[in-house]
Write a protein that binds this ligand. Structure first.
Ligand SMILES: [Fe+2]
Length: 443
């Protein structure tokens, strides 16, 4: 392919992906009833109105002046919507709805900003040799930042009372495969962490670099995710009251918050109810359980097991018994499609474990990618050679604080592009709203 054809392909691809990412966040705000747009479904986070402005202001603050030399047309909004909240340790926000602008004004800001950016992107990408040398990387940052918000916003809207949302038709034809989990033995071997740049232009965030190999000793890993049914047995066995299963911080958090069961569950008399995105139902026992890192760790300890390390996850997901080249995805090289896992916005909720045999890894481990992120016991930290991204220096570096754990895999609301094996997600152990599941290992 000639240089011109390549440039046109990259231009079309980036522009189409930016539009698609925008439609992902637009569709989320469209399910919020008008009267709920100033709600704060999660106490530690901003009101919903903030995010309408934020996903746009981020793009503007990143690109407008730096890449295109565009002049600000609304500095107040650029700043108001610049930063979200990371709820580690700080007090809760206490702003009032009236502290925020009218929705119309925010939407008008968004329209103008998109229009100006689109014109500038179109013209810059048509003359690639003249523009900012890192324009394509910056556009990838804008696209993935927005797609990440499409997921974290979904967590937030999950907490919004059902009558404050406009329900979308769901295709929940669960065919609960009757499966039984057991430990699968993974022989000792090597695995690659981080992004290996083959062509040199693959996009990855700063925390994905540099690629490196690590040795992994033999271990056993559960074939399926821990389900709501499994977790119910932990509750019935008194797991939440057993001090010995929890480390000091986790126990203190659980006691302080009065947590007795997963955040997505609700007790109604003798019944356990489950909160789906648009409806409540009897607890579906065959779905993976969404829990915090603290709860997942206590469960694993109850069984005399542990959460996997990041390297163990990689080995189970991408390694092969023959020890040949690692795969790009657990199932092989094929781009993630609907047959191989529950991801990329096809569903709002989880599906039963065992639904995606075509997505199994070479070792026969199911649903490692998709159907919920998976907690690891690895603290989020930089790889050797880490350098912060110059135009978004705090993306990872602000979280190298020993207080966040790596999550791998992906949820129903994770975009396909972020299912690449080097992508690392991270959360603090006491944030119970995330689409995070787990499975245990024995080393
Ligand atoms: Fe953000």
């Amino acid at each position: 392919m000639g240089a011109l054809a390549t440039a046109i392909r990259i231009r079309n691809d980036l522009q189409a992906r930016l539009q698609e990412a925008r439609s992902r966040t637009d569709e989320l705000f469209a399910i919020v009833r008008d009267e709920a747009i100033y709600d704060r479904p999660i106490a530690e986070r901003h009101r919903l109105i903030f995010y309408i402005g934020h996903v746009e202001a981020f793009d503007w603050n990143l690109l407008a002046e730096r890449a295109f030399g565009l002049r600000a047309f609304d500095r107040t909004f650029d700043q108001l919507f610049a930063f979200g909240i990371d709820p580690v340790g700080g007090g809760l926000p206490n702003d009032k709805p009236s502290d925020w602008p009218e929705r119309n004004d925010v939407e008008q800001y968004a329209r103008r900003l998109r229009h100006e950016l689109d014109r500038a992107i179109e013209s810059a990408l048509s003359r690639p040799s003249e523009g900012h040398p890192q324009l394509t990387t910056m556009l990838e940052v804008a696209i993935e930042h927005r797609l990440m918000h499409a997921e974290t916003l979904a967590y937030m809207l999950h907490r919004l009372p059902i009558d404050r949302k406009i329900p979308l038709p769901q295709k929940n034809q669960w065919k609960a495969a009757r499966v039984k989990s057991h430990l699968v033995d993974i022989p000792a071997g090597r695995t690659t962490l981080g992004l290996r740049r083959v062509h040199g232009d693959e996009f990855g965030w700063d925390n994905e670099l540099e690629a490196h190999e690590v040795k992994v000793a033999e271990f056993g890993v559960e074939k399926y995710n821990v389900t709501n049914g499994d977790f119910l047995r932990f509750i019935q066995a008194g797991g939440y009251d057993n001090r010995t299963l929890w480390n000091e911080n986790d126990w203190e958090w659980k006691q302080r918050e009065g947590i007795e069961y997963p955040m997505f569950w609700r007790r109604e008399g003798n019944l356990w109810m489950y909160r789906g995105m648009f409806e409540e139902m009897r607890l579906p026992l065959e779905l993976p359980v969404y829990v915090s890192h603290a709860e997942a760790s206590a469960y694993a300890k109850w069984l005399g097991r542990k959460l996997p390390t990041e390297a163990q996850f990689h080995r189970a997901a991408y390694g092969t018994p023959e020890g040949k080249a690692e795969r790009s995805y657990p199932w092989g090289e094929q781009w993630p499609d609907e047959e191989r896992g529950n991801f990329d916005f096809h569903s709002w909720d989880l599906h039963p474990v065992g639904t995606y045999p075509l997505g199994a890894s070479a070792f026969g481990i199911h649903e490692l990618v998709g159907n919920g992120w998976e907690w690891t016991r690895t603290k989020f930290a930089p790889f050797k050679g880490f350098a912060p991204m110059p135009f978004y220096p705090g993306y990872s570096a602000n979280f190298f604080d020993d207080k966040h754990y790596v999550m791998k895999g992906g949820s129903p609301r994770t975009a396909a592009c972020m299912l690449r094996k080097s992508f690392r997600n991270w959360f603090q152990p006491h944030y119970p709203y995330v689409y995070a599941t787990f499975r245990c290992v024995e080393d």
